[in-house]
Each structure stands twice: as C-alpha cells, then as structure tokens.
Design a protein around this ligand. Structure first.
Ligand code: PNS
Length: 171
C-alpha cells in the first residue's frame, strides 16, 4: 500500500444464533455487550420445526425485536440450514455464543470446532453474561412460570407478560 494511504477499516458483522424460546435477560445482556463490540450484530433465530417450542417463530421474532429496539446496530432475523452457510451469506466474520458455566463449554466447544471445520474463515467468539444471569436459561424460565414461580427478574417485562398469558391459557 502506498505511504499515506490508510487502509479502510473492516466493519465486523457478528451473528448471535439461538432458539430464544423465549429471550431472557441473560440473552439481552449478551446482546447489549456484543452491540458495543461489533459494528453490526444479527440475532439469528433458528427455524427448527423438530423442537416443541412454547412460542412460535413469529412470537419469538416479535419479542426479540421489542428487546433490541434501543440498539441501532442490532437486527433480528431467522435462518434455516447450516449456520455457517447463513453467516457466509451475511458476510459475517463472527459467530457469538454465550457461556454461562463450565457445563456449557463442552457442547459449545464441539459446535465451534465443527463450524470451524465447515468454514475456517469464521470465528466463534464466546462472551460471558453478567454473573447475575449465569444460572438463567429459557428452559428453566418456562419451568418456573409453568409451576407458578416469579420470573419477574429473569425476562424483560414484555416477555414476562406473554409467558404468563401462554401458561394460563394452557392450564
Ligand atoms: O439456543 P440454542 O438452541 O442453544 O442454539 C443452537 C444453535 C441454533 C446455535 C445450533 O443448533 C445451530 O447452529 N443450528 C444450525 C444448524 C447447524 O449449523 N448445525 C451445525 C452446527 S455444529
């Protein structure tokens, strides 16, 4: 490169994939942290007909859009098929995953290495949510709500209301 010519800075797009059934405060914490680190963050919801979700894809997209609306560089999308194929189409360089405890690590390591095998140019980046959310999971939130426990501090208010409605409708 000629002296004095400044190379354009590459803008980094990261993808945060998941099921988000439903989005929890732990997810939101990670999204906020990552939105400060990357130029563009795509929260990518897996279209997975095999699982038995509490919320439909449309409901999950709506809830995600509600909780990221204060973050201008964050977008919510859905994807099917291989994550790395989707990441390539989006020209993303980073796959973001949250690690809460050591127990998450084994599965996350397997996924990250498989994704690297499939696409060596894309890096998996692990981030830690705030300690306060290190025990939190969508599965436990649903279980606590079904059994009548409080989920007030575990999910955003809009999500809490929707879970309550779902759970009482299924009683
Ligand atoms: O929130 P989850 O259920 O832990 O997210 C899992 C997800 C969506 C990241 C994972 O199932 C995935 O990437 N699925 C897409 C299919 C794929 O690419 N599989 C190979 C990756 S090892």
């Amino acid at each position: 490169m000629r002296p004095g010519v400044v190379a354009p800075v590459e803008r980094i797009t990261a993808i945060y994939p998941g099921s988000f059934d439903p989005v929890t405060n732990g997810h939101v914490d990670l999204i906020e942290r990552a939105s400060r680190l990357f130029d563009r963050l795509i929260v990518a919801l897996l279209l997975n007909p095999e699982k038995d979700p509490l919320f439909s894809i449309e409901e999950r997209v709506e809830m995600l859009n509600q909780v990221v609306k204060h973050l201008p560089n964050v977008k919510v999308e859905t994807f099917g098929g291989l994550l790395v194929d989707y990441a390539r189409r989006k020209k993303a360089r980073v796959l973001l995953r949250g690690i809460r405890a050591v127990s998450d690590y084994e599965f996350e390591l397997q996924m990250a290495l498989m994704n690297r095998q499939l696409e060596p140019e894309i890096e998996t980046v692990f981030m830690l949510p705030a300690e306060a959310y290190s025990y939190l999971s969508s599965r436990l939130v649903k279980e606590v709500a079904r059994l009548g426990g409080s989920i007030k501090d575990l999910v955003p208010p809009a999500v809490e209301e929707r879970i309550r409605t779902k759970v009482s409708a299924s009683r």
